[in-house]
Write a protein that binds this ligand. Structure first.
Ligand code: HEM
Ligand code: HEM
Length: 230
């Protein structure tokens, strides 16, 4: 069957997801799964829980900065829309394909980032009432640390809920609607979309190095404190 030029241009793929965003996502998956696994593996794995947590802190910091400085489809301004757009999308009133995140995906990015920031942020001040604590434990009172630990515990269940919802949604979009979201988030490319010109990889590396240095300096500056519950 002969293809028209219009069909060809609609099927040609273009770079939509910059590589820093894709590296961010798949590294985040490893860091979050690692953080849960190292908690459930037992107390002797705490050093690895801390390390996975630090990776999560840097990644979340990066994503927040990237939402303002990244290429078009990574920017919050390009995909965050109000509740009405989410409802319209759920009612199936939005045309496909959508180059960046659809309104439901956009809402889930926000929910994820809020929950992840809370999780990693509270972890820095948490303690296990036995021996282990986050690096900023010495900056707060035992009572405040306990409150933040309770939040760390509670929010970990919310995070699991978000991850399950995320996987179900992706399976539905890819299985039922055949949108190829996972493939696109791996290769960065989508058909029939207007592509970005650059991934801004150099800028991404500068942001990540700056965040690692800032976290390392903050950890060094934090007062030494051992968990003293009893
Ligand atoms: C996204 C990153 C993280 C995830 C998913 C995560 C997950 C968890 C989970 C599921 C628990 C057990 C909660 C419970 O008792 O039910 C926990 C405990 C803990 N986490 Fe994290 N965590 C993260 C980041 C961090 C960071 C950055 C630190 C600081 C270095 C940290 C320090 C701690 C401490 C001290 C505990 C012990 C608290 C307790 O026993 O209740 N976490 N974490
Ligand atoms: C711990 C598990 C996971 C977490 C915390 C997570 C988190 C996220 C976040 C925050 C985004 C938004 C990306 C952005 O910042 O713009 C996202 C998007 C996405 N994730 Fe995950 N993810 C997880 C697991 C997975 C897995 C296992 C898959 C595939 C099998 C997957 C596939 C995708 C896809 C395809 C998108 C893009 C959706 C779209 O096109 O709008 N995720 N994820």
């Amino acid at each position: 069957m002969t293809r028209t030029p219009a069909q060809d241009s609609a099927n040609a793929t273009a770079l939509v997801w910059d590589w820093p965003l894709r590296v961010f996502h798949w590294s985040l998956v490893l860091a979050v799964v690692g953080s849960f696994a190292t908690h459930y593996a037992g107390i002797e794995w705490f050093d690895w829980h801390r390390r996975c947590g630090y990776v999560a802190v840097v990644l979340i910091g990066f994503r927040l900065a990237w939402g303002f400085m990244g290429p078009q489809y990574s920017r919050f301004a390009s995909f965050l829309r109000g509740p009405r757009a989410v409802i319209e999308h759920l009612r199936g009133r939005q045309p496909y394909p959508i180059a960046g995140h659809n309104p439901v995906g956009a809402a889930s990015v926000l929910a994820f980032l809020a929950s992840l920031a809370l999780q990693a942020g509270t972890g820095l001040f948490a303690n296990d009432e036995i021996a282990n604590a986050g690096p900023f434990y010495g900056w707060v009172t035992q009572e405040t640390s306990n409150r933040l630990t309770a939040l760390h515990d509670l929010n970990s269940s919310i995070l699991i809920g978000l991850i399950v919802a995320h996987l179900v949604a992706i399976a539905w979009y890819d299985g039922r609607r055949r949108l190829g979201l996972v493939r696109a988030f791996w290769t960065g490319r989508k058909a029939g979309a207007q592509g970005i010109r650059s991934s801004r990889g150099g800028l991404a590396l500068v942001i990540v190095v700056a965040l690692i240095v800032a976290l390392a300096l903050a950890i060094r500056a934090a007062p030494e404190a051992s968990v003293s519950f009893f």
